[in-house]
Design a protein around this ligand. Sequence first.
Ligand code: SF4
Length: 211
Amino acid sequence: MGKEITKQEFIYTEVSKLFPNAKCELNYYQDYELLIAIMLSAQTTDISVNKVTETLFAKYHSIKDFAQADISDLEQDIKSIGLFRNKSKNLKKMAEIVVEDHNSKIPNTQEELEQLPGVGRKTANVFLAEYYHIPRIAVDTHVSRVSKRLGLVSDNDNPTKIEEKLKKLYDESVWISLHHKFIFFGRYFCKAKKPNCKECPVKKYCKKPCL
Ligand code: SF4
């Protein structure tokens, strides 16, 4: 008799079928470009960030250029996205620290990353998973909503608790993939305002299906 599939395995398998190629949608080449793109993506879409970084990375060619940038120029360069004043300030300060303390290389540990201005746990997790392929589950608004709707975590769990619970439910080998697939599922299928419940393959486990 075959091994019975668990709820979490079923959810991962079905969401994977919908989004087999889910991946990071931010455009970058260098380590600092990825970190900057992630920092800029707070409370805005990856599409808006990619539009801004296309010209931003063509203007500033290294982390040193960002460290030496004029703050009002930076504000102008990224003003089409939300929270641009705060983001410009953090971006410049982050670049200065990376140049001075890390030999112009973005650090590869959670602790060092989280000490950089504007870099919290989620940003550090996304960076480590994407650039260094270190197993991490970054919990953003999509991962949080999907995990709650599917009853993998509790409604009142904060992002740290959600990360902890998902890490216990899933093997380390799928953490990065799970993160991408849940983001795609939340971004394109189980949307906040208009989820596609009618065609949802994991509806049997959903705590809040529409209809
Ligand atoms: S049934 Fe609807 S709300 Fe529930 S997981 Fe599926 S798409 Fe999302």
